[in-house]
Design a protein around this ligand. Structure first.
Ligand code: NAD
Ligand code: MG
Length: 390
């Protein structure tokens, strides 16, 4: 029996690469669900190619167009956010790959866990916002969360077979992004276009900006805390500009295991879909001779303050990472629309974190509310000027 995969966010960077992987292993895997927010043309094209049982377009106003384009095919077309939650629970789905970006991934991920689907999780924001609840539900339902994020996939791979050996610490590697080594005055006027030029990875816009501000690494620290049950001081971020060591685990005897490879997301995507097996692949192979020098640096926390903000949010706990995430999503969107400057990003996030009340043990409803309050507050700051707007 082929494993049937729901690809949530199939039109994005991870989603498209996941379809490539599934295509290469079509004897063992089949696409059962495709979803997109508003890229109807690509969604329709993917649906015509893969003929999944179900397609969801989140933007309800696009429903009729998608339905009409797929009329005559054995494909059910759905629309809206509620449909995303329901689609993750379908009997016909074996594996849910959550490749949507942002807070929107939270509720479909919870649905998938509660329906005891195998879960391949690319959406890091889910664990940042609600790591405690997600890991609790996963434990209750016997679901292993297999991370797709390359660093966490690396740690997960290093820990496979080490069930009896707790890690002493982990090293999360960071490329440093397009502005590594820059001075403050050089960052004052960087543009959206410059921030979107990632040196090693081609990814969606939001995560690319997060990589430039180092918020991506901050989100990953929180993601690692929940996935691997580590204290903040057991998670060290090191800048490794070549991006070939995807991350490392140090055990109590001092031994360090690293997972390496070319920066190619298809590898962690494939591993998450096929775990605990490794299937063959024809992806380009790594050559040590192409990388005669691997280098390492400390991250510049005074300039890339988002990483420190994320450690602070993790220390505070409760709803603080959720507040930070909401503020970050709003500010990144504002930066992508040329409404704030690059260096304003951490200033605004910090202001939101300082202004909203900490709740130590938030329920899911509390988190949904914290998210909307933080968004509304950030919106007010963005509208209000306060010297923050260009
Ligand atoms: P992307 O922007 O390229 O794609 C996002 C996908 O989610 C699209 O299909 C889009 O239609 C859908 N989507 C966006 N907002 C939505 C909403 N509100 N409701 C429903 N669907 C929505 O993003 P990406 O780069 O593929 O990243 C996806 C996730 O994977 C992110 O959480 C990111 O942090 C994580 N991730 C990505 C990479 C990478 O290489 N791209 C690496 C590691 C982790
Ligand atoms: Mg990553």
């Amino acid at each position: 029996m082929r494993k049937r995969v729901a690809v949530l966010g199939s039109t994005g960077s991870i989603g498209c690469q996941a379809l490539e992987v599934i295509q290469c292993h079509s004897a063992d895997y089949k696409v059962e669900v495709l979803t997109a927010r508003k890229n109807k043309d690509l969604l329709i094209k993917q649906a015509l190619q893969f003929v999944p049982g179900h397609v969801v377009i989140s933007e309800e106003s696009l429903y009729t167009e998608v339905r009409d384009a797929l009329a005559g095919f054995p494909i059910s077309v759905h629309a809206g956010n509620q449909a995303l939650e329901e689609i993750a629970t379908l009997e016909s789905v074996n594996i849910v790959l959550v490749a949507m970006v942002g807070f929107a991934g939270l509720l479909p991920t919870i649905s998938a866990i509660k329906s005891e689907k195998a879960l391949a999780l690319a959406n890091k924001e889910t664990l940042v916002v609600a790591g405690e609840l997600i890991t609790k539900y996963a434990q209750q339902h016997g679901v292993t969360i297999v991370p797709v994020d390359s660093e966490h996939s690396a740690i997960f791979q290093c820990l496979t077979g080490e069930q009896q050996n707790l890690p002493e610490k982990i090293f999360l590697t960071a490329s440093g992004g397009p502005f590594r080594g820059k001075k403050r005055h050089e960052l004052e006027s960087v543009t959206r276009k410059e921030a979107l030029k990632h040196p090693n990875w081609s990814m969606g816009e939001k995560i690319t900006i997060d990589s430039a501000t180092l918020m991506n690494k901050g989100l990953e620290v929180i993601e690692a805390h929940w996935l691997f049950n580590l204290l903040p001081q057991q998670i060290e971020v090191i800048v490794h500009p070549q991006s070939v060591i995807h991350s490392m685990v140090q055990f109590k005897d001092g031994s360090i295991k690293a997972q390496m490879g070319l920066p190619d997301m298809r590898l962690p995507i494939q591993y998450a879909l096929t775990y605990p097996l490794r299937l063959e692949s024809s992806f380009p192979r790594f050559s040590f001779m192409d990388f005669p020098k691997l280098t390492f640096e400390k991250p510049d926390l005074s300039l890339f303050r988002n990483l420190e903000l994320a450690y602070n949010a993790l220390e505070k706990g409760g709803n603080m990472p959720c507040i930070m995430n909401a503020a970050n999503e709003m500010v990144v969107d504002a930066f992508l629309n040329d409404r704030v400057r690059f260096l304003d990003i951490p200033e605004i996030i910090e202001r939101v974190m300082e202004s909203l009340p900490l709740m130590k043990k938030p329920s899911l409803e509390d988190l949904l509310q914290s998210d909307s309050e933080a968004r509304a507050f950030t919106q007010r700051l963005l509208r209000g000027g306060d010297g923050l707007k260009i």
